[in-house]
Structure formats: structure tokens, C-alpha cells
Design a protein around this ligand. Sequence first.
Ligand code: A3P
Length: 295
Amino acid sequence: AMEQEAEIVQELGSLHGVPLYKSFIEGWPRVKAFQARPDDVLISTYPKSGTTWLSEIMDMIYHDGDVEKCRRDAIYNRVPFLELKAPGEMSGIEQLESTPSPRLVKTHLPVQLLPTSFWEKDCKIIYMARNPKDVAISYYYFHRMAKIHQDPGTKAEFLENFMAGKVPYGSWYDHVRGWWEKKQEKQLLYLFYEDMKKDPRQEVQKILQFLGKELAEGIVDRILHHTSFQEMKKNPAANYETMLPILMDHSVSPFLRKGVSGDWKNHFTVAQNERFDQHYQKLMAGSDLHFQMEV
Ligand code: A3P
């Protein structure tokens, strides 16, 4: 059991300066060489920004709101995770190779590390961003429940590491800014978790328009219902409860934890919040990218 656990926890290495799980770095050559197909659609996020939510919405759109079809497998198999590589598991690349087109692909890679094939094939990309305070808290609980991570320490310690970019996938600030700038030149729909919370119908309409797809009002209603936090939380195909308990411990913190905007207020001290705001202003200076810290 010790050996198994030792394999599950992954130290962080550096992938071109970006902190990443060592097993993912080992798999990098095949990820870099990945051949995208023109009809692949990429779902790109910094971790804990609503990846699973957007993935479920996209799969529902692809299946015209057919709930049963979207229960065919767990979300992490329906939307393979490009750079996933862990001992004894099928890699994201292997999963993608056996997925029929049109494929949905999940990644957390920062924009400068995306395999070039996605740009060459001019694939559609949907990026979802979430305010960093909620991301940091969500990431802290995820570190504790997902056993690939080393002990995140106290919340205060984790917050420092998050601000310094010393967490898997590195700096949140670089990630959201990098993808935001790419929007100038590429087929990229940039969405916000907070907008999705406020008006999911409007955001789903944006996605449909981006995909060039039309769906009847009733089907959109069904998608919105099926992808609500309450529905996803009790759906074994969406809530990650089918993952091996040695990989994720939902008793520490469920994968679908709270699903709100502004939960950071229950966790940040006044001093932490002031420090975070100052740091945020410094790192986001000069950008026209703005976040709603609550809705
Ligand atoms: P919390 O930890 O704040 O609850 P990711 O899928 O990128 O790992 O993001 C996980 C976060 O998205 C978690 O945030 C999770 O609860 C939230 N989430 C997942 N499905 C959601 C939904 N349908 N509505 C709102 N939030 C959702």
C-alpha cells in the first residue's frame, strides 16, 4: 500500500518554467507532438475554474440535451484530459486516440505550452476563467482531496504559494492573461465562471453561437437543468465519485464542493484579503481583463 501511495502522490517538476506534476512532465513529449483534428474543440481552464461544469454543458450540447447519452461514462472519460499521465492509468493522449470525432478535449496548459497542432488546425477553443480568490480556496480543498497532491499545508501557506505561482500549472495571473491576449488573433471564446453563475442561459447561447449550432428552447432548458450544481452533484457521471477512492477522497471534501462565487469570504482573513488585493493589482496592472470577486 505504501508503494501504491508513493506512486499516486506526484512531486512538482518544472515544465518550461511552469510547475507541474512529475508524471505529467514524463508524458510531455507525446503531448507536445499531439495531432489535433480540425473539429476538435478544446476546453481550456486554469484548475478549479469550472472545467467540469463547462465540460458537462459541452457534452450536453454535443448530444442535443440527451441526458441518458451524457450518462454513458464519467465526465473525465467523455472529455479526455490532454496532458494527464499517471502511473497505471491510461494517459490523456491514449484516451484521445481512441475517442471518435468530434472530440472534446480538456486542458489546463498555459497558452504558451499548448501543442502547436491546435493552432495549425485552427481548432475552436473555449476558455473559462474564475476569480482568483475562489480558485485559490477551491484549489486548496482540491489539494486535500485529490491524492496526486502533496500536503498543501495550512490555508495561509497555500495562499502564499498560490500568489507566488508555486502550485501545479503555475501562476493564475499568467494563465488568465496569456489566454486573454490570444483572443485577439484566434478562434477563442473567453468565458467567466461568474457570468455562468449569474446568467447560464446567456452563456450557453454564447457557446451555441460560437459553435454555429442552434438548439430549441426546450433543449436549452434541459441542458441548464442537468448542468446545475445540484443536479451535477448527485450525478455519478459528473461528480467524480466513480474515481478510485485512493485517487480522490470525497469525505475530505467533495469534488463538487460549494459551486458558488464569493465563498472566499468565508476563508480569507481581512489581512489576507488586503494583501491579496494589493498583489492582484500589481500583477493585473495594464490589463483590460477584469474579474467579479462575487456575484
Ligand atoms: P468549488 O470548490 O468552489 O465548489 P474544476 O471542474 O475546474 O475542477 O472546478 C471545480 C469547481 O467548479 C468547484 O468549485 C466545483 O464545485 C465547481 N462546479 C462544478 N460544477 C458546477 C456547477 N454545475 N455549478 C457551479 N459550480 C460548479
